[in-house]
Design a protein around this ligand. Sequence first.
Ligand code: E4P
Length: 219
Amino acid sequence: MKFFVDTANLEQIKEAHALGILDGVTTNPSLVAKEGIVGKENVMAHYKAICKIAVGGDVSAEVISTDYESMVKEAKSLAAISGQIVVKIPMIKEGIKAIKYLASEGIKTNCTLVFSPGQALLAAKAGATYISPFIGRLDDIASDGLALVRDIRLILDNYHYRSQIIASSIRNPMHIINCAKMGVDVVTSPLASILGLLKHPLTDSGLEKFLKDAETFNK
Ligand code: E4P
């Protein structure tokens, strides 16, 4: 399973990369705005900086237009930043058309804001490189985010679609574990949930005892 970090914060991306397990980064307009980035040139420069840190990994950058022509134009300028860029396209009618065209041009896409199996089926059919179901946002409204991921896994496998699932809107380490059990291709997560996977009290107490018992070894 690939690990992406879901942030536009350069320090967090550096920290995730230093762990040695980072395969890529996803951003969205809200995450970029949170970093205080203002103006098109600065936004583009920020994506470039992310690509440099996430050496060789895929970096999702989202279009902010909603009609076909503008999305394609924006996608082309985002893709020109680096071969690592994956263009995030919203799951709307014009978005499906854009994904189909961009796939034919060899531009990688990530169909975002996916909340139903039917939406995922359309994105796969259009040739999206990645499909992003939002688990946490469904859970937030008392719907079952993991059930959606399970349905999408089944549909993609039934027809051998090549689109990869990016489990998104991750809220806790258990989301990551459950996604891994279902065989999702990628989980994109805040760094805190990735670090949460490290934790176990028996590891901490076990290590404490081993180190105490080894106190005489260097004497
Ligand atoms: C997906 O790529 C999105 O950036 C992200 O996972 C959304 O998560 P949120 O629901 O925590 O905003």
